[in-house]
Design a protein around this ligand. Structure first.
Ligand code: B12
Length: 218
């Protein structure tokens, strides 16, 4: 995704938790045929400001909850456009979930929604998923790619444990699948620490990565 043409009004409305103003502006943008990905990206920028305000003690947990609710409503408005936007054909199977101890799912759901739009079959295990659950499900569904999401620092350790469990089961059952990690605080260093194959902090970049991984497999 890019932020070449950010709409600072939308970013600001979301940062200020102005629910009605956000939804009104998003509806206007949809009616004007604006790029739905750009709308999501602007909202994502607003969420980052919410996080910063929370860190500075300007917002409390209620602010985080509220921002999540507003973002969910925006996704509801955007989702029908995304389905119509792309042709549906099977591109591969991606199993994904948020690791144990972490209940953030907005980014994971967004990545899953985009992957579905681009023809991937998404097996979503939900949030707070234990390493053993990931591993058992991988044996059952034999995914082409596994995506782990995590937004809090504590998730890094869980990603590490989850990846270790997944690799053990993959070896026992002769499965091969690359593992991608995603989330706002992920970087190359985290990727190396947890032992993932790839990382992405952008859902659309994640889709492109999955497309290129599938191309390499065929
Ligand atoms: C909304 C929110 C919440 C909501 C979540 C609602 C929900 N259903 O998800 C609620 C209120 C539940 C919440 C709770 C908490 N939160 Co919170 N939360 C946020 C907030 C403001 C926004 C997160 C978000 O949804 N962003 C929008 C999405 C679209 O962005 P994203 O998740 O990064 O996803 C993008 C990419 O990362 C990528 N992506 C994500 N996953 C994946 C996976 C794959 C495979 C791929 C390819 C891509 C991908 O795609 C997305 C789009 O590009 C962030 C601040 C921030 N900006 O990150 C804090 C934040 C993550 N929370 C934080 C904290 C501290 C908490 C709590 C501990 C607060 C508390 N005291 O209880 C709890 C933790 C609960 C738990 N155990 O998980 C901190 C974490 C800090 C840290 N270092 O650990 C943050 C960073 C705020 C801050 N700056 O302090 N939170």
């Amino acid at each position: 995704m890019n932020i070449e043409n950010p709409d600072y009004r939308l970013i600001q409305f979301l940062a200020d938790l102005e629910e009605e103003a956000v939804l009104k502006l998003v509806r206007e943008k949809i009616n004007d045929g604006k790029d739905p990905l750009q709308i999501l990206e602007d909202c994502n920028e607003g969420m980052k400001i919410v996080g910063q305000r929370y860190e500075r003690g300007e917002y409390y947990i209620a602010g985080l909850i509220m921002s999540g609710e507003v973002f969910r409503e925006v996704v509801e408005l955007i989702q029908p456009l995304m389905v119509k936007k792309t042709e549906i054909k099977s591109s591969g199977r991606v199993m994904m979930g948020t690791v144990s101890g972490d209940i953030h799912d907005i980014g994971k759901n967004m990545a899953g929604m985009l992957l579905s739009c681009y023809g991937f079959k998404v097996i979503d295990l939900g949030v707070d998923v234990l390493p053993a659950e990931f591993a058992a499900k991988a044996v059952e569904v034999k995914p082409d790619i596994v995506g782990l999401s995590g937004l809090i620092t504590a998730s890094f350790e869980m990603m590490k444990q989850t990846i270790s469990a997944l690799r053990t089961e993959a070896e026992n059952h002769q499965l091969t699948f690359p593992i991608i990690i995603g989330g706002g605080m992920i970087d190359e260093q985290v990727c190396r620490y947890v032992g993932a194959d790839y990382w992405s902090k952008d859902a659309m970049a994640g889709v492109r990565l999955c497309q290129s991984l599938m191309a390499d497999r065929s």
